[in-house]
Design a protein. Sequence first.
Length: 146
Amino acid sequence: MPYNTIGSQEQKEIKLTIQHAIGEDGGIWKPEQVAAGMKNTNNKHTIRVEKAGWYQISCRRWPKECTGRIQGIPSENPKKMFEYKTIQPTHVRISIANQMFEKAIEPNDESVDFKVYLEPGKTLLTNDFIEGDKQYGVYYTYIKSL
């Protein structure tokens, strides 16, 4: 199984997407599905930590290149190709290397960030948006060493 490497000198930050998340649900493959707010329970990413240290894990609804609030839509629709829909999660939960964290989503948040200390080795990142009694995979996750 391929791993997403973090903590390397060659790449300071990685981007993980719902398109590559592992799980039992049907995949979300197309950008228009992401734009429409299609939800599924695929929420796991394989991670290989190259060096011990502090990492920032940023959970987002929209990618950095087309940013917008988690509970909103991007401020621009650059190619006018998609119809953006909102989602209304209230919390984000992550689990990595036997650590679990949860934070509330504030109305103006574009990202919910977690600072975690990780040891070298292979692990699994699980990340979810939580909306009422439902949880579903985070659309975009950025991880960088601090």
